[in-house]
Design a protein around this ligand. Structure first.
Ligand code: NAD
Ligand code: TYD
Length: 351
């Protein structure tokens, strides 16, 4: 039995389904169902008695304590967060509340639960905190990829709130010995990512014949990882990671945003030739304030410590992702009604 938080979002839902598909034990899934969380993401687990969904907030310590006492998990995996940099620029308060205060409340509840466990369960318990490469700040073109020893230098309110949560996790290990694991992962892509992030936004806009907005010169670099590879890395860290340690996760697939958008346009040209060339929709728009130029992850510690390797190449993962969105336009329609339109107006209207 494990407790997952944020398991109705993009990575969390992929992880829960991956976990269940592997024939493992039950999962209690605590999710607030913000705009980014969607019960439909877990449709494949609807009939599975091992999946228990609870709508609730990680910042509500009472709820978390009740769940821990009732289900007695062997591990907690924390995905719950506000996750979009652009939203953190328009409204940082929710990021401070969930990512910092929420992680603190979760850690407090877990610490009390863990302290009272019998010795063997106490020993094997793990708190896995899912974090981001953005805590390290921005790399120059010729710098080597981030290692776990890199000093934190978060630049957006999102990155700062994730950095703060990482520091709290570190302190709970150092002060009380809580068996924590922290993973810092690069940009993910794949099925069920909310279409506010670059890759699904471009696919959805292209399908509707809308412009494909590229911030600034499009030369910013991200290190892309297919979400299933992130899930397999998290499993390896749970199984073989050393308590108190931090592991970087990445796809070793650095691409500029323009390369990503052109690759998507090319795949769409093949799958939807009537609309080709999709690249004609690319539009350069005003840059994101404080836009980090480049992220890249050095994953040698994870690979040597756990034997993990990513299996998906960027090109094949991107093709699978485009195919998933084209096959699931009902899902897209459901998540892009109402609040989403307001977000699009707010973020793109004045650019
Ligand atoms: P997401 O925005 O798709 O999903 C977040 C989920 O958390 C949603 O289901 C939402 O309802 C839930 N949630 C938000 N606030 C909550 C609260 N207070 N209590 C309970 N649930 C709450 O995010 P994602 O892309 O799946 O990211 C998951 C985690 O991975 C985040 O911690 C994020 O910082 C981290 N991460 C994401 C990426 C990426 O590329 N997406 C990369 C590295 C790390
Ligand atoms: P995003 O998917 O928001 O992830 P992050 O900011 O966490 O890296 O953005 C990925 C890159 O794409 C980033 O450099 C910003 C850029 N971008 C655009 O150019 N246009 C867009 O509409 C969006 C959402 C992002």
């Amino acid at each position: 039995m494990i407790l997952v938080t944020g398991g109705a979002g993009f990575i969390g839902s992929n992880f829960v389904l991956h976990w269940l598909a592997g024939g493992r034990g039950p999962v209690v899934n605590l999710d607030k169902l913000t705009y980014a969380g969607n019960a439909e993401n877990l449709a494949a687990a609807r009939e599975d008695p091992r999946h228990v969904f609870v709508r609730g907030d990680i910042a509500d310590g009472g709820t978390v304590r009740r769940l821990l006492d009732a289900h007695r998990p062997a591990a907690v995996v924390n995905f719950a967060a506000e996750s979009h940099v652009d939203r953190s620029i328009h409204g940082p308060a929710a990021f401070v509340r969930t990512n910092i205060v929420g992680t603190y409340e979760l850690l407090e509840a877990v610490r009390h639960y863990w302290t009272a466990l019998p010795p063997r369960e106490r020993e094997s318990f793990r708190f896995l905190h899912v974090s981001s490469d953005e805590v390290y700040g921005s790399l120059e073109t010729h710098e080597p990829a981030f290692t776990e020893a890199r000093a934190y230098a978060p630049n957006s309110p999102y990155a700062a709130s994730k950095a703060a949560s990482d520091h709290l996790v570190r302190a709970y290990h150092h002060t009380w010995g809580l068996p924590t694991l922290t993973t810092n992962c690069s940009n993910n892509y794949g099925p069920r990512q909310f279409p506010e992030k670059l890759i699904p936004l471009v696919i959805v806009n292209a399908v509707h014949g809308r412009s494909l907005p590229v911030y600034g010169d499009g030369g910013n670099v991200r290190d892309w990882l297919y979400v299933a590879d992130h899930c397999s890395a998290l499993l390896r860290v749970l199984e073989a990671g050393r308590p108190g340690e931090v592991y970087n996760i990445g796809g070793s697939a650095e691409r500029t945003n323009l390369q990503v958008v052109h690759a998507l346009a090319g795949i769409l040209d093949e799958l939807r030739p009537d609309r080709a060339p999709h690249a004609r929709l690319i539009t350069h728009v005003a840059d994101r304030p404080g836009h980090d130029r480049r992220y890249a992850m050095d994953t040698r510690k994870l690979e040597s410590g756990t034997g993990w390797r990513p299996v998906e190449a960027f090109e094949t993962g991107l093709r699978k992702t485009v195919a998933w969105y084209l096959d699931n336009m009902d899902w897209v329609g459901n998540v892009t009604s109402g609040e989403y339109r307001k977000w699009v107006d707010l973020n793109y209207g004045g650019r």
